[in-house]
Design a protein around this ligand. Structure first.
Ligand code: GLU
Length: 287
């Protein structure tokens, strides 16, 4: 039976949300595969969202290239992909709601003035004559606790770790945190499965969900593929383009990153079906 049979029988909705800064590589394929497997293992739907809000980092043609790569790998989304570049109105409404509730404030600090540490709250109580540049979320004090399906119990005090964070950037672009929260809710995402490098973004997203009155999905953060320098594999540190002449080999490598055993399968659909069973066994997912 093809892996997609039974899709849509549970309220599970998952997604893969690539930024089109280049084509998929071994690391982003592992994240894509994990989100697809988890959706299929739960009998759920799987959506793709092109996160092209950070336009200076987007590469022409990368989004279409990613969609073609996913299709070649048998990872077809259940609905036409969403593009964040078409969602500005929804982000503007969310910002307006936060402003109205007194939860967002304008910030006049330059990047240099803020530095790399947590934002010290310089503009929390007014701009002191500076022109407004960015908008920040007013973050409450205290630890936030949540459960990650792979990493277990998590805790972060966002005020201490990050401070009031940017939701609309000084260059006028929408911040990832705001866009991802608005879209996860608008698409009815129940389960977020993504790379572990994003795990520490989760509490910021939970705070935004609370501030906007949106539900919080379940989170699972998956292992990263590391480059020779020990950092997360990326185009910058030499990720090789995926060789999709043999999609099963690329998928098997991604499956190994995710802890799946080697799977004997003659065809791509067979491999995907076997991977769904293996994922279900490994995570005890139930449709
Ligand atoms: N667009 C983000 C990235 O490619 C992923 C966002 C997410 O999965 O929440 O790193």
């Amino acid at each position: 039976m093809p892996a997609h049979c039974g899709a849509g029988t549970s309220p599970y909705v998952g997604r893969f949300a690539p930024s089109p800064t280049g084509l998929l590589h071994a690391g982003s394929l592992a994240a894509a595969l994990a989100s697809w497997l988890d959706a299929r293992a739960h009998g759920g739907r799987w959506l793709v969202r092109i996160e092209d809000v950070d336009t200076p980092r987007c590469v022409a043609g990368a989004a279409d290239g990613i969609l073609a790569q996913l299709a070649a790998l048998g990872l077809a989304p259940d609905e036409p992909p969403w593009w964040q570049s078409a969602r500005s109105e929804a982000y503007a409404q969310a910002l307006a709601a936060l402003q109205h509730a007194g939860l967002a404030y304008p910030c006049g600090c330059s990047r240099k003035a803020v530095g790399d540490g947590p934002y010290p709250g310089t503009c929390r109580n007014g701009l002191h004559g500076k022109p407004a540049r960015a908008w920040r979320l007013r973050v409450p004090d205290g630890p936030l606790r949540w459960h990650d399906a792979r990493l277990g119990a998590q805790e972060q005090d966002v005020a201490r770790a990050v401070g009031d964070f940017v939701i609309r950037r000084a260059d006028g672009l929408w911040a990832y945190q705001l866009a991802v929260v608005v879209d996860d809710a608008a698409q009815g995402i129940t389960h977020v499965v993504r790379g572990e490098d994003l795990a520490d973004n989760t509490p910021r997203q939970m705070l935004l969900q609370r501030a906007l009155g949106l539900p919080t999905p379940a989170y699972r953060h998956t292992p990263l593929v590391l480059a020779a320098d020990g950092c997360k594999l990326s185009k910058q540190n030499g990720a090789a383009p995926l060789d999709l002449t043999q999609p099963q080999l690329a998928l098997a490598a991604a499956g190994a990153v995710l802890g799946l055993p080697a799977l004997a399968a003659a065809t791509l659909p067979d491999w995907l079906a076997a991977a769904v069973s293996a994922w279900r066994d490994a995570t005890r997912a139930r449709p």
